[in-house]
Design a protein around this ligand. Structure first.
Ligand code: DER
Length: 233
């Protein structure tokens, strides 16, 4: 499909432009990053590229293993040269909504230890403002013991509605790789200071992490329907 092609174009461009031999590479989660790992594996095979990868989820780890790429972790390799990851939405300031795949905690951790965060996405993720196109809500990872009070607090303080993310192939809530729940905050006001709100949310006891990646991304590549490529910054 043109969407898959678009993801592939963005992923290949990011890997070719930003990964050099000897690099320590953060590997994001989701469907777009699959194309990036495939490209990495291709370059290892063709160019004898030397990389070590830090995954951001069980999914990313399985992907790295499947493609026989070397694994490392942040305690062995505390500073990564680049992190390549997807996003649910990218605004005009390169702020992101992430967490559509429920992997935001380890994604933000790995991104925070990387010199550069490069986002790869198809054109549907490219917006002016957060919330323009992505309507599934801002993901917020919470400790299971306190999801109720946090739901109420966010709705009361900032409006919108906050829903528990329920699993499809399992009864009950989605449980993250870290044993937490995900709340999705929908119908939020888009004309706000996300940096301020993100800081306030992270001060709420029980909020483990938010899907608001503010001032973290260095560049974003978007594959377009006609096979061309767009980028921000
Ligand atoms: O959960 C995440 O943050 C993923 O990176 C997600 O936002 C992007 O997933 P996709 O590449 O499947 O669209």
């Amino acid at each position: 499909s043109s969407l898959q092609e678009a993801k592939k174009i963005a992923a290949h461009q990011a890997v070719d432009n930003h990964v050099h031999s000897g690099d320590l590479v953060g590997i994001g989660s989701g469907s777009t990053v699959i194309f990036a790992v495939e490209r990495l594996a291709q370059r290892v095979k063709n160019e004898n590229l030397k990389v070590q990868c830090v995954p951001t989820s069980f999914q990313a780890r399985q992907l790295v293993i499947k493609h026989q790429l070397p694994l490392t972790d942040l305690n062995i390799s505390p500073t990564l040269d680049v992190c390549i990851d997807g996003a649910d939405e990218v605004d005009s300031n390169l702020n992101l909504i992430k967490g559509g795949g429920g992997c935001l905690l380890q994604e933000k951790i790995v991104a925070s230890c990387s010199k550069k965060l490069i986002i790869i996405a198809d054109y549907t993720k490219n917006s002016q403002k957060l919330g323009d196109q992505y309507k599934k809500g801002i993901p917020i990872e919470v400790s299971p013991m306190v999801y109720g009070p946090i739901q109420q607090k966010i709705e009361k303080l900032y409006g919108g509605n906050v829903e528990m993310r329920m699993a499809v192939m399992k009864a009950g809530p989605v449980v993250t790789d870290n044993g937490n729940f995900i709340l999705d905050w929908k119908n939020f006001n888009q004309d706000v200071d996300w940096k301020k709100i993100n800081t306030e949310l992270l001060l709420m006891p029980g909020i483990v992490e938010t899907g608001l990646f503010i001032e973290m991304a260095s560049k974003a590549y978007f594959g377009m329907p006609d096979g061309s490529l767009k980028h921000k910054k």
